[in-house]
Ligand binder design. Structure first.
Ligand code: GTR
Length: 416
């Protein structure tokens, strides 16, 4: 039963995400011109030995919080294997990941598709908003029983998935296309790691691994950090699976999960390709540009995503010692791809391009070219060498167009 009041609220909320909100700037002449913090690196060696670590620490302190190191070894159990998934195209596996020393965490269910007939393929690793059963159209994928954000359109009822939610994210995960291109896919529901609401930490990973009581959780790290941790645990498992090329992992995410993908890629260098799809504020979009969503808006709406310090830069981005070109630079010299959508003004497509552009000097230290161009390219015109970028026609979403670019990018860099 959906209450009409709630329905109206959700509809209004969904509409707000795309239409200009009053008081939100969409005028390029008013974005401000605070200078970006200097990357301060003059050689590749200096970058690798000192500057990279300093900048990573700044992101921990000011944006995402610090990922705890000593939470005990993760345990991996392959719970099911189906050799003829998707009509024989792939082998599908489910892997339960848990932390035996932190039993309060319920663990996560990883779903992996490996193209049949391809020996140890590279693998895309990403979290989903709706769970494995929403990513896949296969009816035998177990329905997630975890808490889900209200979403009438996607048939979430009383914060739970229903049968009707099956396949509702499949357009964002074109499995056949990816598998036919010779890549594997490993994915899990982000809510398995921590439910995405202000109190989610209590029943998620963060409380389970908290050192000295739940009260310190918020000051230690945010939900984005927890989700990024989950991506690294998937990478841990993939290193152990001989059916996957664990040396060729691409981390990918959309929107808040694009922010997560960038943070995972920054911390975990096993992700050889990093992909941000429409990650916007708190992700690829430069925070010093006042365009679309701002630090003030995001930290008010989603305080649990970040370390509390980040909210102190609301209306005062210039005081923050980092900006997002530095997050992109943390991927260097690995290939990174930033994608925008032309109608996704909320995420500030130009600000997403500019963070890639301004990360270029770090790639140059390694003798690598970044976005190559000087200006944001025309719509539907992918650019870039080690920093890929495109601004796709349409809305905030992940489409086949986006995936086509990612597959081409990964193939180009990995010679596949
Ligand atoms: C919006 C939020 C964005 C983006 C998006 C999403 O409400 O303002 O920063 O993360 O959600 O994740 O879908």
């Amino acid at each position: 039963m959906i209450r009409p009041g709630l329905f109206l609220l959700f509809t209004a909320f969904a509409a707000l995400a795309q239409t200009p909100r009053p008081g939100v700037n969409y005028d390029e002449a008013k974005v401000g011109n605070d200078p970006l913090p200097d990357l301060k690196a003059t050689t590749a060696e200096e970058w690798t030995k000192s500057r990279r670590g300093e900048i990573l620490a700044l992101f921990e302190q000011h944006v995402y919080g610090k990922t705890p190191a000593n939470v005990g070894a993760p345990k991996f159990e392959v719970t099911a294997t189906k050799p003829d998934a998707l009509g024989g195209l792939a082998t599908r596996k489910f892997v339960h990941v848990s932390l035996p020393e932190r039993p309060a965490w319920q663990g996560m269910e990883v779903m992996i598709y490996i193209p049949n007939g391809v020996k140890a393929p590279p693998c895309f690793v990403g979290l989903s908003f709706g769970g494995n059963h929403a990513v896949s159209v296969e009816k035998d994928v177990p329905l997630s029983t975890r808490w889900m954000r209200p979403n009438k359109e996607k048939h979430i009822v009383d914060n739970k998935a229903t049968e009707a939610t099956r396949g509702t994210e499949s357009s964002r995960w074109p499995l056949e296309m990816i598998l036919k291109a010779g890549f594997a896919v490993a994915t899990a529901y982000y809510g398995d790691i921590e439910p995405d609401h202000a109190d989610g930490w209590k029943s998620g990973l963060r409380a389970a691994v908290s050192k000295d009581g739940a009260n310190t959780v918020w000051s230690e790290w945010g939900a984005i950090g927890a989700w990024a941790w989950g991506l690294s645990r998937i990478a841990d498992y993939l290193q152990t699976d001989a059916q996957i090329d664990g040396k060729h992992l691409a981390v990918i995410g959309h929107s808040r999960l694009g922010k997560t993908s960038l943070w995972a890629g920054a911390q975990d260098e096993r992700f050889g390709v990093v992909i941000s799809n429409n990650s916007g504020e708190g992700g690829a979009a430069l925070m010093r540009r006042d365009f679309g969503e701002t630090t003030a808006i995001i930290t008010k709406a989603f305080p649990h995503w970040f370390t509390p310090k980040y909210a102190s830069y609301a209306g005062n981005a210039a005081a923050c010692p980092i900006d997002m070109h530095m997050l992109i630079a943390l991927a260097a010299p690995r290939p990174i791809y930033i994608a925008s959508a032309a109608e996704d003004h909320w995420a500030d497509p130009k600000g997403e391009f500019l963070s890639g552009f301004h990360a270029g000097p770090v790639y140059a230290l390694f003798g690598k070219k970044g976005v190559v161009v000087e200006e944001q390219p025309a719509i539907d015109t992918p650019v870039g060498n080690f920093i890929g970028y495109h601004n796709r026609t349409g809305k905030h979403d992940v489409t086949d167009y986006d995936w086509t670019q990612y597959l081409t990018f990964a193939r180009r860099h990995w010679g596949r």
